[in-house]
Design a protein around this ligand. Structure first.
Ligand code: ZN
Length: 266
């Protein structure tokens, strides 16, 4: 099992290297927006909101208001992916706003907040409340002004891997959130002892809990992060554990493959 795990890690690395070569961007001068995090809607699980983009809008922003009978003002604003949140204020413009730096050149913006819910510089998991929806700054009513930027350039917004449309008014397009919904995950066992579960797939991310010994876990999704060298293996894939609400290196999942079969990407 352990030899197989190492071998498959090497094979996976070679396959990824080959894939990367064939997928190299062909357009000179175009910002090569590498695949970003798996962004989710910036509001709670199950809520249905409508969105629009108006002509005076900055960059590629979309404005969101609730369309499920709930009240927009005061609804929690959620991190659409994990990262480091900072607080900002711009009178006559963005009002109270949060920027989340997701790493790899990706950031998201959340404008017009009634209140902040996190300290500036705080690391937040996907789905964590970062503020409440409001109408501060230049805003005619409560809404979430949301943006995704790559290397400082606004991108067309992608949620769960699908690009959103840019209608000129509300009630033409809708998005139901699955942010923070959880899910059931795929069962695996871990091995090893004293395995740290971290808030993200990075060795510098805070430890949220530690698995004392082999543990039955549910893996929600997996993604690439920091390369881990442990127990004689090298792997940069990490699994998100449902019940522990954090990530462990796939080295500690008792399965011979470096990339777990049947587990979606985070
Ligand atoms: Zn806006």
């Amino acid at each position: 099992m352990r030899f197989l795990r190492r071998l498959s890690a090497v094979v996976a690395a070679v396959v990824l290297a080959l894939t990367g070569l064939s997928a190299a961007p062909a357009y000179a001068g175009e910002s090569a927006a590498a695949a970003g995090p798996n962004f989710k809607a910036p509001y709670p699980c199950g809520q249905r909101w409508t969105y629009s983009h108006h002509s005076a809008e900055v960059r590629r922003a979309l404005d969101f208001v609730r369309a499920d009978g709930g009240t927009t003002a005061g609804t929690p604003v959620l991190a659409s992916a994990a990262g480091t949140a900072t607080r900002h204020y711009q009178a006559g413009g963005a009002g109270n706003y949060i920027v989340i730096d997701h790493g790899g050149g990706w950031k998201t913006y959340y404008f017009h907040l009634a209140a902040y819910s996190v300290a500036s510089g705080e690391y937040v998991a996907q789905g964590r409340q970062i503020g409440t929806t409001g109408s501060t700054g230049n805003s005619s009513g409560a809404h979430i002004h949301y943006e995704q930027l790559y290397n400082g350039v606004g991108q067309n917004i992608v949620i769960n891997g699908s690009g959103l449309s840019y209608p000129g008014s509300y009630h033409q397009a809708y998005l139901t959130s699955d942010n923070g919904c959880g899910g059931t995950g795929t069962p695996f066992n871990t091995w090893g002892s004293g395995v740290n579960v971290r808030a993200d797939a990075r060795l510098s991310a805070p430890v949220v809990t530690t698995l004392a010994g082999p543990t039955a876990v549910r893996v929600l999704c997996q993604k690439q992060g920091d390369t881990v060298n442990a127990e004689g293996y090298t792997n940069n894939w990490w699994s998100k554990l449902r019940d522990q609400n954090g990530f462990i290196s796939n080295i500690y999942i008792d399965h011979p493959d470096a990339v777990l079969p049947g587990v979606p990407l985070c």
